[in-house]
Design a protein around this ligand. Structure first.
Ligand code: GLN
Length: 257
């Protein structure tokens, strides 16, 4: 949460403690959403994942996810404040520094131990980027290889299942791609859409291979929400449903993806 919001919030907490009711006048039940009652939804992202999130020309996070969460915020009648941070710190920041996270984040059982997820809003699969001249084309070909990944991502976790392979972890996927081009790693595992963007940026130098041919499974992106905040989850799910029904979602897909 932003400092100012935190200040307003702590003032509200003092007032509510004195007056004996919860933040924003709620009953204080565990499922009551603080983000909804304070009118500011602080959203964490990692703006290093085009076309879902990247730093725009004005220096602010932009991309499909950012536009989507802003549209969700409009539906909820809250102001959306975006905080750019490392992907690896998003889940632990939910409920403290940020209210929710949108970052092309795959729903996983492990993350579900710490956070809840909205309904999924996009499907993806991991792709494998290799140098243009590489003959890597299957999972067996990755055995024993040095594989560039973004730290704490599903691509990173997949390397654990590849025999003898080592994950070279980066905070930004683009740094892994740069090292691929410079010959410092043998392959990069990254989500399908960013893989397409990176392959285009380095056209001729790298090949973009569909992870389905490597046995990688479909992943579902969703918005991560504080565990147990059923009010916020329901509100976000309803907003997503509405944005799909009224064509806004499709417009954003057309604009960004
Ligand atoms: N979908 C991947 C994950 O959730 C990567 C997300 C990202 O790098 N922003 O781990």
């Amino acid at each position: 949460m932003k400092k100012l919001a935190g200040l307003i919030l702590s003032t509200a907490m003092v007032v509510s403690m004195v007056s004996g009711c919860g933040v924003g006048g709620s009953s204080g039940s565990a499922s009551k959403s603080q983000a909804l009652s304070d009118g500011v939804l602080t959203v964490g992202t990692n703006a290093e994942f085009p076309p879902f999130e990247y730093v725009g020309d004005d220096g602010e996070p932009d991309g499909f996810d950012i536009a989507l969460i802003k549209a969700v915020g409009e539906e909820l009648g809250v102001k959306v404040v975006v905080e750019n941070m490392d992907f690896d710190s998003l889940v632990s920041a939910i409920g403290s520094k940020i209210d929710v996270a949108i970052a092309g984040m795959t729903v996983t059982e492990e993350r579900k131990q710490s956070v809840d997820f909205s309904e999924s809003y996009f499907d993806a699969v991991q792709h494998v980027l290799v140098p243009a001249g590489s003959d890597i084309s299957s999972k067996d070909d990755l055995v024993g290889k040095k594989i560039g990944v973004q730290l704490g991502t599903t691509g990173d976790f997949l390397v654990e299942d590849i025999e003898g392979a080592t994950a070279q972890q980066y905070n930004k996927a683009v740094d892994a791609v740069n090292d691929l081009v410079n010959g410092r790693v043998d392959a990069v595992i990254v989500d399908s859409n960013p893989a397409g963007v990176f392959a285009k940026n380095f056209e001729g130098a790298i090949k973009d291979l569909d992870g389905a041919d490597f046995g990688f499974e479909v992943e579902n992106y969703a918005i991560a929400i504080p565990k147990g905040d059923s009010e916020l989850k329901t509100a976000i799910d309803n907003a997503l449903k509405k944005l799909k029904e009224n064509g806004t979602y499709d417009e954003l897909v057309k604009k960004y993806i």
